[in-house]
Design a protein around this ligand. Structure first.
Ligand SMILES: Nc1nc2c(ncn2[C@@H]2O[C@H](COP(=O)(O)OP(=O)(O)OP(=O)(O)O)[C@@H](O)[C@H]2O)c(=O)[nH]1
Ligand SMILES: [Mg+2]
Ligand SMILES: [Zn+2]
Length: 296
């Protein structure tokens, strides 16, 4: 039988069989055979072969781990098809610099990202419009959603279909609320940001996938408030701003980084409004951060 490791606890791996229509039926498995034959430690997300030991007791043995398409470290999960990064349009106010950091981080790991901007029901300004324009131009799908008005969530469900997705984002933006909407019996804890921090709820949690439909898995992750952009040459940062590509042919200098150089096609597009100010400012900001770090 073939299945997917959903979680690992105390030497046991919990495996959901690929074609099982009961999303919550898990086999408790040991992995001795895998160590003997392949010498690898199974991970959440792995597709595995299992021998069923007892159908009633739902126990089995993992006999083989299929080749991984990728392997993330934080959260620890393999075979990720995409990430959905959730921010709120307001409460808390979105930090687009943090969003860019996340996009770069996923891109360095070859994971596609979908952007979801939640709490549209209480957004009073044009943050959504500006962000949609900026990030769609950069090549990312953007969904505007509201859990309270069930808006955008069917569109999100379609994007998740048949894939393994990591849900990420800062605290309080509605990640768990969205998870509960997608899978009402998930009963993920939601609540006021301040209260949760008081109770110290943000301690480490086990990585755990949830099956929301045959072949569709998601992983909720704890909120984060800062991200360190991977070590790279500052000159390479521009490669993560795909919307610059259309204009860099207008740059006079080879290897132009679009900051202080004269006759820069990207800066011309910025002045002309084709490139978003929001994205460009984040770019300069991160560029300087990487440069400074290198100096030290
Ligand atoms: N107005 C509005 N409030 C929302 C929406 N979605 C979630 N909330 C509220 O926002 C608060 C935080 O939601 P959670 O789902 O707990 O947020 P989270 O992202 O899981 O937060 P952490 O677990 O701390 O990372 C709760 O009070 C939710 O009821 C929405 O679409 N609109
Ligand atoms: Mg949560
Ligand atoms: Zn340039």
């Amino acid at each position: 039988m073939q299945g997917k490791i959903i979680k690992g606890v105390g030497g046991f791996y919990y495996v959901h069989l690929h074609n099982d229509t009961d999303n919550d039926l898990l086999y408790e498995c040991k992995a001795r055979g895998v160590f003997r034959n392949q010498n690898i430690k199974p991970s959440v997300g792995d597709n595995v072969d299992i021998d069923i030991v007892d159908r009633e007791a739902l126990t089995g043995n993992i006999t083989a781990v299929c080749e991984r398409s990728n392997s993330l470290i934080r959260p620890a999960v393999t075979n990720v098809d995409q990430a959905v990064i959730i921010f709120a349009l307001t409460q808390p106010k979105p930090n687009f610099n943090l969003l860019d950091r996340f996009l770069i981080m996923m891109s360095t790991q070859n994971v596609d990202t979908v952007i979801c901007l939640n709490k549209a029901d209480i957004s009073q300004d044009d943050t959504g419009t500006i962000a949609v324009r900026a990030y769609e131009a950069a090549g990312y799908p953007v969904i505007i959603s509201s859990v309270y008005e069930s808006r955008g969530l069917e569109q999100l469900r379609e994007l998740l279909h048949g894939k393994t997705t990591v849900l990420a984002g800062p605290s309080g933006v509605g990640k768990s609320s969205i998870l509960n909407w997608l899978k009402p019996d998930a009963k993920a804890v939601t609540g006021e940001v301040s209260e949760k921090i008081k109770r110290g709820k943000h301690t480490t949690r086990h990585s755990e996938l949830m099956c929301i439909d045959v072949g569709t898995y998601i992983m909720d992750t704890p909120g984060f408030s800062s991200l360190y952009v991977a070590d790279m040459e500052a000159e390479d940062l521009k490669n993560y701003y795909r919307e610059f590509d259309n204009y860099s042919s207008g740059c006079k200098f080879n290897g132009c980084v679009h900051i202080h150089e004269p006759d820069c096609g990207v800066k011309a597009a910025l002045d002309g409004g084709q490139i978003s100010r929001l994205r460009y400012d984040n770019y300069v900001n991160l560029y300087n951060e990487i440069k400074d770090r290198r100096k030290w």
